[in-house]
Design a protein around this ligand. Structure first.
Ligand code: AMP
Ligand code: ZN
Length: 469
């Protein structure tokens, strides 16, 4: 497996530190609002990585849930996003976190992202964070200001590891603008923030330094090392996390342990709208529910994501989503026909050719997750004559284990074109009746369809039929 490592800026062969199990940490959601489809693009790429790695090795995959203390700006200024949400929704911070976490996992599951081995909530690991900050304090990396305990980035020589020296200078310039008076260097960041004296926070904890809450960066370092040890194989996230969040994670973790924190940093590019970046705090954003409301299936969106390499920006448009949906439906129809042909044929699995195609698929995914190439291969195999139907089915099952697009979903539902003409006619008339809100006729036609052996269901995508005998 080759992976592009943000730190070394090149593709490298991936080998796990411990052959018995690879380790991977992915920054999870902040649960003060719905996740948008840009966030979900990152989780889809991480899922592809997990599924591809698991073709050849066991993997421990850890993901956090940020349910506390995420400030509006990366510079540790501004309001806490969770407390802002409380005011907006009139619910307790705990209820908000619970609600959006549930919503997040509904989206996560419907996109066929595999649940991580460990999902850890920040609020359940405050003691681990305090202990990490204490270690940093004992080693002389911290200082105290009016509003918290800060990390002194000038004491950590490798602070430019991810971004490089020249970009770091630029970032410092930007950070200086919003720098609080007591911060010693523009890149210094809060490890522990004190609760405001004049306001009671809903989420706050006692600590050796006073009542308050952890900084965001310390959450990930503490939880990643708790579950995966001081050195992780892979750490993932979106590209926006490179310059501040992950840079700070390295500084905290390596200063505390004296060991290398992450061996391969893997970052996914953004999903963008024509108008620019999609961001949660920016106000407007598209969620998976927006797509469902418009009649799309979450896997249409997964397909769209797989058409672009994870390290290239993907511009989201409804035209491209429509095209992804059409492709996926065609693919499933052809998979269905292939399956039918395979049943008729009782063909043999001539393994060398089948193995060769599976290996090609795997090679594409193992080349820094080239999903577009792997997807193109699926089409070639499906339409080409290299494999017989039985082999094709086996290949598709294998590919679907990684791409997770439900190629054989049509198995229960005959595709529309396969329906006998008189059934298609009844369905068309029923669609017309429903459009005219003539529910009496629509119910009669449903009964006629049932009589003919077809059950009909009304879904956001239209009528769906299932043969009942
Ligand atoms: P957040 O909940 O904002 O911390 O983001 C969760 C994940 O989504 C992180 O890995 C981010 O880097 C990633 N992310 C945020 N915005 C986008 C976007 N527009 N496209 C792709 N990934 C994103
Ligand atoms: Zn993180």
């Amino acid at each position: 497996m080759q992976l592009y490592n943000t730190e070394t800026r090149r593709k490298e062969v991936f080998t796990p530190l411990h052959p018995q199990e690879a380790t991977m940490y992915c920054c999870g959601p902040t649960v003060y609002n719905y996740a948008h489809i840009g966030n979900m693009r990152t989780y889809i790429f991480e899922d592809l990585l997990a599924r591809t790695l698991r073709l050849s090795m066991p993997l421990k995959h850890v993901m956090n849930v940020t349910d506390v203390g995420h400030l509006v700006s990366d510079a540790d200024e501004g309001e806490d996003k969770m407390e802002v949400a409380t005011a907006r929704e009139g619910k307790s911070a705990w209820d908000i976190a619970k609600f959006y976490e549930r919503k997040f996992f509904e989206d996560f599951d419907s996109l066929h992202c595999t649940r991580p081995t460990v999902v850890c909530r920040a609020t359940a690991h405050i003691a681990d964070m305090i202990s990490l900050v204490k270690t940093l304090e004992d080693k002389g990396f911290t200082y105290r200001t009016e509003d918290g305990i800060y990390y002194d980035t000038s004491k950590f020589p490798r602070y430019d590891a991810l971004v490089g020296r020249s970009r770091l200078e630029g970032l410092k310039g930007g950070a200086r603008v919003e720098m609080s008076a007591e911060k010693r260097h523009p890149t210094d960041f809060a490890l522990w923030k004190f609760s405001p004296k004049d306001k009671k926070r809903q989420m706050e904890w006692d600590s050796p330094w006073g009542i308050g809450f952890p900084g965001w960066h310390v959450e990930c370092s503490a939880m990643a090392m708790k579950y995966l040890g001081p050195t992780l194989d892979i750490h993932c996230g979106g590209i926006d996390h490179v310059s501040v969040h992950h840079t700070n994670e390295i500084a905290q973790s390596e200063a505390a342990t004296g060991q290398k924190y992450v061996r391969y940093w893997v970052h996914g590019e953004f999903l963008v709208l024509r108008a620019g970046k999609m961001s949660k705090s920016g106000g407007t954003f598209v969620t998976l529910q927006t797509l469902r409301d418009k009649g799309y299936d979450p896997l249409d969106y997964r397909y769209l994501c797989l058409t672009a390499h994870y390290r290239t920006q993907l511009e989201f448009t409804y035209e491209s989503l429509d095209s992804a949906r059409r492709s996926l439906q065609t693919l499933r129809r052809e998979a269905y026909k292939t399956q039918q042909a395979a049943e008729r044929q009782h063909g043999k699995l001539t393994t060398p050719r089948l193995e060769e195609m599976k290996n090609k698929f795997r090679a594409a995914m193992e080349d820094d997750l080239n999903a577009p190439k792997a997807l193109a291969l699926v089409w070639d195999v499906l339409r080409g004559a290299e494999l017989n139907p039985v082999e094709k089915v086996s290949f598709l099952q294998f590919a679907d284990g990684v791409l997770a697009l439900d190629f054989f979903r049509e198995m229960q539902t005959p595709p529309e074109e396969e329906l006998p003409p008189h059934i298609q006619d009844l369905l068309a008339r029923r669609a017309g009746a429903r459009k005219a809100k003539d529910y009496k006729t629509s119910d009669e036609l449903r009964a006629a369809l049932a009589q003919a052996g077809y059950m009909v269901k009304d879904t956001p995508q239209g009528q769906q039929t299932e043969k009942i005998r």
